[in-house]
Ligand binder design. Structure first.
Ligand SMILES: C[S@@+](CC[C@H](N)C(=O)[O-])C[C@H]1O[C@@H](n2cnc3c(N)ncnc32)[C@H](O)[C@@H]1O
Length: 203
């Protein structure tokens, strides 16, 4: 079992960590999605959301509040989500890089929003971590382009590296609007960025 982020001793003086713990969220990452969603208005009541790299589940908790009982969300991660979630939120253990999008759409239908907070296990070698994160971003974009309805939205994390302009170009090709965004809750010195693609173009 993986160590839960809210059990990390080093984080005990971090305001977002303390707030997440007090508000019973599974991780401090929730506030980043909240900020992204407030700014870009991605997730709607009754929406259908796919969350890639969803463990420990704080984004799914936020999504659940936004979509309500009549929405649907599916979360996928290499690790099993162990928190309790409403019955209209499903989680699966799996590698997003091996996801068969045709099977996914056959089984669940198309989605309104695809989110990705996927991050590699960091090695400490900056360029290697950036490269791997960019790869995960591209996988998330490929999934989004395959499963989103026209007009649907995408938001994904990436550790900003040399290929960042190419990533923005790739998002622009598939979406009417593309914006990079760095939430206030991002740790100082972090290379983390989110890229938002609004309104999937008709292919
Ligand atoms: C920062 S955490 C996500 C936090 C989550 N958004 C939350 O709010 O609780 C990043 C997650 O990406 C997952 N991940 C990385 N590569 C993946 C892959 N290829 N397929 C599925 N999940 C992956 C990791 O297992 C990790 O749990």
């Amino acid at each position: 079992m993986r160590k839960h982020p809210l059990s990390d001793r080093r984080a005990r003086h971090d305001p977002a960590y303390l707030r997440a713990k007090a508000e019973n969220y599974a991780g401090r990452a929730i506030y980043k999605l909240q900020e992204i969603d407030r700014k870009f208005r991605l997730i709607r009541h009754r929406g259908r959301v796919l969350d890639l790299g969803c463990w420990p589940g704080s984004w799914l908790q936020y999504v659940g509040e936004r979509i309500g009982d009549e929405g649907f969300a599916l979360g996928i991660d290499l690790d099993e989500v162990e928190i309790g979630l409403p019955s209209n939120i499903e989680t699966r253990v799996g590698d997003v890089e091996k996801l068969n999008c045709d099977v996914l759409v056959e089984r669940y239908g198309v989605f309104d929003v695809v989110l990705s907070d996927m991050a590699p296990n960091t090695t400490g070698i900056r360029e290697a971590d950036q490269w791997r994160s960019e790869e995960l971003f591209l996988v998330a974009l490929k999934v989004a382009l395959a499963v989103l309805r026209p007009g649907g939205h995408f938001a994904a994390k990436v550790f900003q590296g040399g290929r960042f302009p190419d990533l923005l170009r790739a998002v622009r090709a598939g979406f009417e609007e593309c914006k990079p965004f760095r939430p206030d809750g991002t740790r100082p010195g972090s290379l983390e960025q989110y890229v938002v693609g609004k309104s999937r173009r008709r292919s």
